[in-house]
Ligand binder design. Structure first.
Ligand SMILES: Cc1cc2nc3c(=O)[nH]c(=O)nc-3n(C[C@H](O)[C@H](O)[C@H](O)COP(=O)(O)OP(=O)(O)OC[C@H]3O[C@@H](n4cnc5c(N)ncnc54)[C@H](O)[C@@H]3O)c2cc1C
Length: 452
């Protein structure tokens, strides 16, 4: 049974309880407002941030007291008419119509299909799935590679190598600013010390060409990459492993900002499609703000600063702060943000997945694991004239499954871009309809008629 509560109209709603959402709610509360914060998880801090948030933002949250109303395990599964939120909270369904809202929905793991990537024993950044003693290869691109590899070593796995697709010699050897300000795995230099002590080779400009196995992983074939991340013929090598842990960085979760009707643009250094935002983090829909990884992947410190700026701006929009007070409150956050964004952009460009990776895909490579759509089916659709993600979904079912295309859409866009030789930014993200995440049918049934 699911009960539909009356429509609720808070002044400010924040979606997402990671560092960005927490910071936005804290600033709104500091300005004297009551902010309602909705997060689909049971603990605050986002998927990766829990313990770091405890030592910092959670103390500020305590100080805010009842001015921040927390809704745990509360999923915002749709937004209607720009600012009407459909919320599923345990045995209750709620319609929430805030005056202003901050979307801080974070990002999800980027998937890069290669032959064998859906075999048991292959994970996408999930280190807990790897057992102690297993021979594991860590591969992908970005600052999380040493973080994940060192976690695995400490958990007792034998990390046979770390492969970074990014060009040789350009990746910083420590978690770069902005990522090193809020180290989640412990200490960046400690990660490298762990890898050195365990004699784990770190190889650049190299990737997994295919994973070989049946019930489990038996080996991987690795290959050198050129500047465009195209496989270099004749450079293949075999490695015996029992698990592979991929980390290809993150893709901003923009489903809710899309549903609001906000304009989006493509920025490779931010992780792909992101909402256009003003200096106050306001989207093109007045009164709707976006902050943190959902507005461009940049690490926790950046998410906090953007969240604070969005919270202050939202409070100003509601008249709780004068423009002058808002300026002086947000000034230090803006000053701290500028250099972090600069280095985030440099790093983002370095690790942005390049089109050459699509050459690793063979006809039987699964592109959409939810629907089992292979590259052969995608190529057939391309031959039939399909040129965008919407048509591709209708023709091949890729993107229709449980994850609603979160996993396969960026990979499909790369494939279309590569096969058609068109830039990635020419391929719009797929259009989004509620529910953005699977919800029970009785929750959908509670929606008032005007929303269906
Ligand atoms: C393994 C790992 C290690 C990392 N290490 C570092 C590090 O050392 N340094 C660093 O700076 N960064 C690190 N990061 C990245 C950092 O965690 C993120 O940049 C940061 O958490 C982004 O904050 P956010 O608030 O934008 O999003 P998130 O922290 O992702 O929070 C978003 C929240 O919104 C919720 N949500 C999303 N959609 C909905 C919805 N529809 N309804 C309700 N709730 C929703 C999510 O469940 C989540 O709780 C790491 C990430 C990972 C995965």
């Amino acid at each position: 049974m699911c009960t539909l509560l009356m429509t609720f109209t808070p002044q400010i709603a924040v979606v997402g309880g990671g560092p960005a959402g927490l910071a936005a709610a804290i600033e709104a509360a500091r300005a004297g407002l009551t902010a309602h914060l909705y997060d689909d998880r049971s603990a605050l801090g986002g998927p990766a941030y829990g313990h770091a948030a405890k030592s910092t933002l959670l103390a500020e949250l305590d100080a805010a007291g009842s001015r921040v109303v927390l809704h745990h395990r509360a999923t915002v599964w749709g937004i209607f008419e720009q600012r009407t939120l459909a919320v599923w909270e345990g045995d209750r369904a709620e319609i929430v119509r805030p005056e202003v809202m901050v979307l801080a929905t974070g990002a999800h793991n980027r998937a890069v299909p290669v032959p064998g990537w859906t075999l048991p024993g292959v994970t996408g950044g999930e280190t807990r799935a790897v057992k102690p003693g297993q021979r594991v290869l860590v591969a992908g691109a970005g600052p999380l590679l040493p973080v994940l590899a060192s976690r695995l070593v400490r958990a007792g796995a034998q990390v046979v190598a770390v492969l970074d697709a990014a060009p040789s010699g350009r990746m910083p050897r420590a978690l770069p600013a902005p990522w090193n300000q809020w180290a989640l795995s412990g200490h960046a230099t400690a990660d490298w010390d762990t890898l050195r002590a365990a004699r784990v080779p770190f190889v650049e400009s190299r990737a997994v060409a295919r994973v070989v196995g049946d019930e489990t992983v038996r080996e991987v074939v690795t290959v050198a990459l050129d500047e465009d991340w195209r496989p270099v013929r004749g450079s293949e090598e075999k490695l015996e492993v029992t698990a592979v842990c991929f980390s290809w960085g993150f893709v901003p979760s923009i489903q809710l900002s899309q549903m609001c009707g906000a304009e989006h643009h493509h920025a490779a250094e931010l992780g792909g499609w992101v909402p256009l935002v003003s200096a106050e983090m306001e989207t093109t829909v007045p009164g709707i703000f976006s902050a943190g990884d959902g507005a461009g992947v940049g690490g926790a410190a950046l998410a906090v600063l953007e969240g604070r700026i969005a919270g202050i701006a939202a409070a100003t929009r509601l008249g709780a702060l004068s423009p002058g007070a808002a300026r002086s409150r947000s000034r230090p956050h803006r000053a701290a943000l500028a250099p972090l964004r600069k280095s985030r952009d440099v790093l983002g460009r370095l690790i942005a997945a390049r089109p050459g990776l699509a050459e690793l895909i063979t006809p039987d490579t699964v592109i959409c694991p939810c629907e089992g759509t292979t590259a052969a089916r995608v190529d057939q659709a391309l031959d039939e004239g399909v040129g965008d993600l919407g048509q591709m979904k209708r023709m091949t079912r890729a993107g229709m499954g449980e994850c609603q295309g979160r996993m396969c859409s960026p990979a499909l866009a790369h494939l279309i871009s590569h096969r058609r030789d068109i830039p990635l930014e020419a391929i719009a993200p797929p259009s989004i309809r509620p529910p953005v995440t699977p919800v029970p049918i009785h929750v959908l049934a509670t929606l008032p008629d005007e929303q269906t």
